[in-house]
Design a protein. Structure first.
Length: 202
């Protein structure tokens, strides 16, 4: 099914630097320098670094091989990469997926503003609360998205910022995931991001 295997059209708002930062407060794990270029260079290949094992164990078996592409329409501001892995959430056909996006912003200050903007947007897009995830990068939160989530019945999102890097882990399914699958997905998404960040440092 094309909707599950094509990365085209799966971009997330603000990855290309077009989002307008707002003044919403962003939780921070600790004080950090807000000037300079940051600790990360733009990633060019996520699929060789992302371990989908935790999500496979928690949510659903894999369907096929992961597919990657570069992202960022304005490399002078931010650029990065994406990796998509299909899942079989309710049967033998590909009916779900996980996508990991990571972009390195040109400096830490812009990354902080962008993460703040994403946090304020999430509060308008979420079904239920936007939940902070302590101990993951410099700031992280998760929520179930309901805005523009079609054709997916379940759309889970985790946003992580560390220095000038911002990563998003998505889990989406054409069928409603069970409460047990969603409960297991959240820590698996965090584990996926936590294992990925050190691999992206130069």
């Amino acid at each position: 099914m094309l909707v599950l295997v094509a990365l085209a059209g799966c971009s997330i708002g603000g990855e290309d630097g077009k989002g307008t930062a707002q003044a919403a407060g962003t939780p921070s794990a600790s004080a950090e320098p807000t000037h300079g270029t940051g600790d990360y260079r733009p990633p060019t290949d996520l699929c060789s670094n992302v371990d989908f094992g935790p999500l496979t164990a928690a949510v659903a078996p894999r369907a096929g091989s992961p597919k990657g592409e570069k992202t960022g329409s304005d490399p002078a501001t931010a650029s990065g990469a994406a990796c998509l892995q299909g899942f079989k959430t309710a049967g033998t056909k590909t009916d779900g997926r996980s996508i990991v996006y990571c972009s390195a912003w040109k400096n830490v200050a812009i990354a902080i503003k962008q993460h703040s903007y994403r946090l304020s947007s999430a509060r308008r897009e979420a079904k239920g609360p936007v939940v902070p995830v302590p101990g993951l990068g410099r700031a992280a939160f998760r929520y179930e998205n309901v805005k523009d989530s079609a054709p997916f019945a379940t759309d889970l999102r985790l946003m992580v910022r560390d220095s000038n890097l911002e990563c998003e882990v998505q889990v989406q399914s054409l069928n409603l995931l069970t409460g047990q699958q969603i409960k297991a997905a959240w820590p698996a998404m965090a584990e996926t991001a936590r294992a990925l960040l050190p691999k992206l440092r130069p």
